[in-house]
Structure formats: structure tokens, C-alpha cells
Design a binder for this molecule. Structure first.
Ligand SMILES: [Cu+2]
Length: 160
């Protein structure tokens, strides 16, 4: 019997250590991006996510609008590309850090959006280094969108 007990303790230790390790590595879910094949800044955003550790699957589509609508993102929050990560939707040039925060905090929401194409957002960097202030919005299911993360001008949210 003691041998069995030792085995049990050993097995438990391995299990605990394994899950602690998995938590620390923080396995990131796949991001599925829907974009027009000719969208350059969309491709830059994909590169930004990959650099941040995400695995990205790109779907080239002629028109992103039907998917955006299916994801529950309204026209006023629209940008150039849409994406799915876990149970959430992403719209536009959302910084990878904000996506990680969303996945950590798991709010009850549709997802995140950076409407339009703010200069300086990840994938929207310009050679001059100019940046516009913008907010990453948390899209709620039956309520108005909320500011989730403020990105002041002069702070490049993209490539580190
Ligand atoms: Cu864009």
C-alpha cells in the first residue's frame, strides 16, 4: 500500500506542476482573421499579433461586411478587418495587449473594436511616427460600447 500512496503523490505532483506550467505559458487561443487580400494594414496587424505570440489563421475574403454583421459588430464600429478569438470578436487594429487582457478578464461581451483606422495603432504605423489618440472599445451585447483601453497620442501601441 505505501508504494501506491507514493505513486499517487507522485502523480498528483506531476499534474499540479503540469497545470501550473501551462498557466504560466498562458497558451493563447488561435486568432482567425478575415480580411481582403489587398489590405496591407490588415497584414501588418496579423504580423503584430504573431509577434505578440498569437497563432493566426488568415481567411482572405472579398467582403468582410457579412461576417462582421454575423459577429454582432455594428457599422459604427467597423474597420478594415474582423477576427475571432475564443468566444470573442475583434474588429480593426486592436493591440495584442488588449486582446490578452480580454482573454484574461473574460468579460461578458461581444469583443473588442478599434473603429476606423487610427494612425499609430498596431498595423497603422507611419514612417513619421505620428500617432492619433484612440480607444479600444468593449462591445457589449445589449448595452452601449465602453472604453476598454485608452491609447493616448504619442504612444505607439504597435511594434515593440
Ligand atoms: Cu487597417
Amino acid at each position: 500500500m505505501p508504494r501506491l500512496a507514493i505513486l499517487a503523490v507522485f502523480a498528483l505532483t506531476v499534474t499540479l506542476f503540469g497545470s501550473a506550467f501551462a498557466q504560466q505559458t498562458g497558451k493563447l487561443p488561435l486568432v482567425e482573421v478575415y480580411k481582403n487580400p489587398y489590405c496591407g494594414c490588415c497584414g501588418e496587424w496579423v504580423a503584430h499579433l504573431q509577434k505578440a505570440g498569437f497563432t493566426v489563421k488568415v481567411h482572405e475574403v472579398a467582403d468582410v461586411a457579412p461576417l462582421r454583421e454575423r459577429l454582432g459588430i455594428s457599422d459604427e464600429h467597423a474597420s478594415c478587418h474582423s477576427a475571432k478569438v475564443g468566444d470573442y470578436a475583434l474588429e480593426g487594429h486592436v493591440p495584442a495587449e488588449d486582446v490578452k487582457r480580454l482573454l484574461r478578464e473574460k468579460p461578458d461581451a461581444i469583443g473588442l473594436a478599434v473603429p476606423g483606422m487610427p494612425v499609430g495603432a498596431p498595423g497603422m504605423e507611419v514612417p513619421s511616427g505620428e500617432t492619433q489618440p484612440y480607444a479600444t472599445l468593449l462591445l457589449k451585447k445589449n448595452a452601449p460600447a465602453q472604453d476598454y483601453v485608452q491609447h493616448p497620442a504619442g504612444q505607439v501601441g504597435g511594434r515593440q
